[in-house]
Design a protein around this ligand. Structure first.
Ligand SMILES: NC(=O)c1ccc[n+]([C@@H]2O[C@H](COP(=O)([O-])OP(=O)(O)OC[C@H]3O[C@@H](n4cnc5c(N)ncnc54)[C@H](OP(=O)(O)O)[C@@H]3O)[C@@H](O)[C@H]2O)c1
Length: 315
């Protein structure tokens, strides 16, 4: 049966990969709220006869009344929620409430992060070593979805570290031979935004099967900082060094990103990176199996992605 979807962050890392996956869904309507319609138009897939209809609505998803109007106007039954920024807690809670008030929404797919936020052990473990606000906000959101008695079902996706984060350090790798995000030696799983998009699409289309489930998305293998630096060294043909997990290394990371993010987000990204120095970011075998079932395939290979991107930088 055709569905009416509302997709947040459609121009973002996941959103750009998701739109082409939704396009073949005949009869579907895909509502795209955005603060910048002309920017979003540029990433829309070219129209195809008989495919899903994309409708851009310019406005602010931070405004609950406006968002609720869009849900009701288009009789949206399925929502993809991907939020970030300093207002993430307020915006997320208002939107969870809006979906209920709209009385039309049946299913939500929510982007969280690859940590167990729903058991006391998982929450305590996270709180003991991580102070990054954009991760901690996921605790309350996941708990709210679990205990909020909402009139819609949900699927929580827990991605690991996006492959595309490495693009932030392109200039530093090419110019100063340094991977400028100190990831440490505990090891982190990585994920292709295209795999997250596929997980979103499959859990939206097949929402009964994935109702009220958490699924991690990412590689089973974890990568130490030194291994990541080595992969990039091979791909771009010169030795790349990982920024060390020392006070100087973290300080240098924060200083480099503040001009792009502002001081508040710069510090909180540093807090996230510091947390990787003392804990692995990985999933269990059970979690991995669930992911493969949801994706219908193995996740994308991080090494292959690096080789492809590295080769394109050398052209
Ligand atoms: N990067 C990682 O390694 C990683 C790992 C695990 C989880 N995550 C999670 O993944 C999510 C980010 O996904 P992404 O990179 O695909 O998104 P993104 O590229 O950062 O999407 C940004 C766009 O989303 C919309 N948006 C998001 N939050 C908003 C807000 N509070 N108010 C208004 N508009 C907002 C805006 O769209 P318009 O400008 O069009 O209005 C904004 O330009 C976050 O929840 C993050 O915590 C990231």
């Amino acid at each position: 049966m055709p569905q009416n979807f509302l997709i947040t962050a459609a121009s973002g890392n996941i959103g750009r990969e998701l739109l082409p996956l939704l396009q073949p869904l005949e009869g579907a309507r895909v509502i795209l709220p955005t603060s910048n319609a002309s920017r979003l138009e540029k990433v829309l897939p070219p129209p195809i006869d008989g495919s899903a209809e994309f409708i851009i609505e310019e406005g602010s998803i931070r405004d609950p009344s406006w968002l609720q109007q869009q849900l009701v106007k288009y009789e949206v039954d399925t929502v993809f929620l991907c939020l970030t920024g300093q207002d993430e807690l307020f915006t997320t809670m208002n939107i969870l409430d809006c979906l209920a008030r709209s009385k039309v929404v049946k299913h939500l797919v929510y982007i969280s992060a690859c940590v167990d936020f729903t058991t006391p052990k998982g929450v305590q473990e996270l709180l003991s070593h991580c102070s990054a606000g954009h991760i901690l906000v996921k605790i309350i959101t996941e708990q709210k979805l679990l205990y909020g008695n909402f009139p819609y079902t949900w699927t929580i996706l827990r991605p690991t570290l996006f492959f595309s984060n490495d693009l932030r350090t392109k200039r530093s790798m090419l110019g100063a031979n340094v991977y400028s995000e100190p990831l440490g030696e505990m090891g982190v799983s990585r994920v292709a935004p295209s795999d997250i998009a596929l997980a979103v699409k499959n859990s939206m289309v097949n929402n009964e099967k994935w109702a009220n489930k958490h699924v991690c998305v990412g590689t089973k293998q974890i990568y130490k900082g030194s291994e990541i630096a080595e992969l990039w060294s091979k791909a771009i043909g010169k030795e790349i060094k990982m920024l060390p997990i020392t006070e100087e290394g973290f300080e240098s990371f924060e200083k480099r990103i503040v001009p792009f993010t502002g001081p508040e987000q710069g510090r909180e990204l540093r807090l996230m990176v510091e947390s990787f120095a003392s804990r692995k970011l990985e999933m269990t075998s059970e979690e991995y199996k669930d992911q493969v079932e949801l994706l219908g395939k193995e996740p994308e290979c991080y090494e292959t992605w690096i080789q492809k991107v590295g080769a394109s930088w050398q052209e």
